[in-house]
Ligand binder design. Structure first.
Ligand code: PGA
Length: 254
């Protein structure tokens, strides 16, 4: 009942068509562990989903970076879960801190999005994480528990959910959480799931770390028992993403 290592690449709002093609060809050429060792999911901006889907090798999968909270309709500028399913996009990232903080997405709104996306058949990378201020005031666990609770009270099946712990102070800052800091929160989140969902959900749900993950720090983080993979921003646009995928081997040899 092992948790398969998961590496997500969040390209955020970056890239031209030419750059996207280059990233995909680097990914396709990379020598990485097989699909039964690591699940790789890259997340291009919406406008490049079709391009990437047409070019990416089939052992890698694709996630959208967001979707609308309910059925599509008169919601200018939004993209619905139904549309992603229609295009054959299996995954979506929801609750990223950039959306929570810059676009004011509340815990409840993110919880509603997760529940709706799952109900339509999407798999969800659900992000949680505290700001520096919250960490320094000692409320890290309260914050991530509240974010997780808003999801847990709306869903019963966690099979298609990957939980991404992404401390806001580590995102895009080059200031990575130490392996001990990551492990501590992942352990607490798993304990939270055990108490508030079920021991089975706690044992099987992958909890991945995000925030300045790089080729240089991934192995040490991957060796932590409750770190089941990564959500990678900046480094997912670079060839070192291949090294990060390879850190799945650390788990295999444990
Ligand atoms: P970063 O971003 O790797 O550039 O810190 C991670 C994320 O936001 O998912």
């Amino acid at each position: 009942m092992g948790r398969k290592f998961f590496v997500g690449g969040n390209w955020k709002c970056n890239g031209t068509a030419e750059e996207v093609k280059k990233i995909v060809s680097t990914l396709n050429a990379g020598e990485v562990p097989s699909e039964d060792v690591v699940e790789v999911v890259v997340s291009p901006p919406f406008v490049f989903l079709g391009l990437v889907k047409g070019l990416l090798k089939p052992d890698f999968h694709i996630a959208a970076q967001n979707c609308w909270v309910k059925k599509g309709g008169a919601f200018t500028g939004e993209v619905s879960a139904e549309m992603l399913i229609n295009l054959g996009i299996p995954w979506v990232i929801l609750g990223h801190s950039e959306r929570r903080l810059i676009l004011n997405e509340s815990n409840d709104f993110v919880g509603d999005k997760v529940a709706y996306a799952l109900s339509q058949g999407l798999k969800v990378i659900a992000c949680v994480g505290e700001t520096l201020e919250q960490r320094e005031s000692g409320s890290t666990m309260d914050v991530v528990a509240a974010q997780t609770k808003a999801i847990a009270e709306r869903i019963s099946n966690w099979e298609n959910v990957v939980l991404a712990y992404e401390p806001v102070w580590a995102i895009g800052t080059g200031k990575v959480a130490s392996p001990a800091q990551a492990q501590e929160v992942h352990f607490e989140l798993r304990k939270w799931l055990q108490v508030n969902t079920s021991p089975e959900v706690a044992a099987t749900t992958r909890i991945i770390y995000g925030g300045s993950v790089s080729g240089a720090n991934c192995k040490e983080l991957a060796a932590q028992p409750d770190v089941d993979g990564f959500l990678v921003g900046g480094a997912s646009l670079k060839p070192e993403f291949i090294d990060i995928i390879k850190s799945a081997e650390v788990k295999k040899s444990m």
